[in-house]
Design a protein around this ligand. Structure first.
Ligand code: L34
Length: 263
């Protein structure tokens, strides 16, 4: 960052939030704060729930052409009347700091990429920094979303993990999860993973941002029952969420460095 600044290049991120989702508001404001802390210039666009596709696309096209902006992030989920795919397809791939554009998704599959989706990238960073080896390990990902499950599986595969993806139609789920040395839970169901689904000593990563019966923030893993069984476990909050934001910052700096050469 400091080097980029010295060279006279300010790094810029635009974050677009459509509608009134209260969780999204918190995540977006955490992203704004991270930009502030790092000295990244940021612009936040808060658009009303009834924004049309045409209006949102016109903002994206403006940001695509804006030289101050290196990264564009449209916070998901979008309101139902807007099609994620159409919106993401219109973000310039070299500004797509989420790595959701088909060009970036394809690059991840091949293993030659600039941007890594923030949540899976944050998880890989946690695994690496904790000294957990992936090579040859049984890695089980519960969830097959484009945002987490699929790219997560690819990143683990690139590190030579033996990867299994489970989902709502998986039969005998706990038989599969019990084999995992590294278990990633990204289902979106509060406290879904219980102690009987976890192999003793396994590394358990909780991607969930759920609410329990009392409306309290919790993850996809039943932390209190799984924690004694697991070899290592990430908490919610304070686990994968902050790492997601850190990786967004990293992708934004990558975009900025690349733009120094292009623009
Ligand atoms: N486009 N949409 C786009 N990019 C993303 O990378 C995301 N994601 C997910 C939802 N939609 C997105 C996020 O930003 C999830 N996510 C995210 C980001 C930050 C946090 C959680 C999810 C976060 O800061 N979590 C805090 C607690 C927040 C709270 O108090 O509610 C934590 O400590 O886990």
């Amino acid at each position: 960052m400091e080097n980029l600044k010295k060279e006279g290049k300010q790094t810029g991120l635009a974050v677009v939030l459509v509608g009134d989702d209260s969780a999204s508001k918190v995540y977006v404001s955490n992203k704004e704060k991270a930009c502030e802390q790092l000295g990244i210039y940021s612009e936040k666009y808060t658009l009303p729930e009834n924004t049309t596709e045409e209006e949102l696309l016109s903002l994206i096209h403006k940001l695509n052409d804006d030289k101050k902006i290196d990264g564009i992030l449209v916070q998901l989920p979008l309101p139902n009347h807007l099609d994620d795919k159409v919106i993401i397809d219109n973000i310039r791939p070299d500004k797509d700091v989420d790595a959701f554009h088909p060009v970036n998704v394809g690059k991840i599959m091949i293993g030659d990429f600039d941007f890594v989706p923030c949540t899976p990238a944050g998880i890989m960073e946690l695994i690496k920094e904790s000294g957990v080896p992936v090579e040859g390990k049984e890695c089980v990902v519960i969830g097959r979303s484009n945002i987490v499950g699929k790219p997560m599986s690819m990143l683990l595969l690139h590190q030579n993990g033996t990867v299994t993806i489970c989902h709502s139609r998986t039969k005998n789920l706990s038989d599969v999860t019990k084999k995992a040395d590294i278990l990633v839970a990204a289902v979106g169901i509060p406290k879904f993973v219980t102690a009987d689904m976890v192999k003793p000593g396994a590394v358990v990563i909780d991607v969930g941002m759920d609410r329990d019966e009392d409306g309290k923030l919790c993850g996809d893993v039943d932390f209190s029952s799984v924690e004694p069984v697991a070899g290592a476990i990430t908490p919610v909050p304070g686990g994968v969420g902050p790492m997601t934001i850190a990786m967004l910052m990293r992708n934004t700096v990558t975009a900025s460095k690349n733009h120094k050469q292009i623009i």
